[in-house]
Write a protein of this length. Structure first.
Length: 106
């Protein structure tokens, strides 16, 4: 049950489903990563979105257990840095989606 992927080729589009049409949020390209990192799910996950890919999209599944072991081996300072970045991503995503809901972004 893979939850994390690295883009090897092509592009993936992160889209917020919104009636009557989807709202594109951003584009991911080669070497970008998307998915869930279960051990970092600390209540700051962004709202669910859809991932749509180009016809040449090729993904490499990443081993979240390996990443968890790597994370556990980090010093507490670097673990705090990773957690802080996750919180910043959450806040930024919430602000963006809030503006989209209010119609403040075009």
């Amino acid at each position: 049950n893979q939850e994390l992927y690295k883009i090897e080729e092509g592009e993936a589009y992160i889209v917020k489903q919104n009636k009557p049409e989807d709202i594109p949020l951003f584009t991911l390209q080669k070497n970008d990563v998307f998915g869930s990192i279960p051990f970092l799910d600390i209540g700051h996950e962004p709202e669910s979105v859809s991932v749509m890919g180009t016809s040449d999209l090729r993904l490499q599944p990443l081993d979240s257990h390996y990443l968890h072991r790597e994370y556990d081996d980090l010093t507490p300072t670097f673990q705090n840095l990773v957690n802080h970045l996750g919180t910043c991503i959450h806040i930024t995503t919430d602000l963006l989606l809030g503006d989209l809901r209010k119609g403040q972004l075009s």
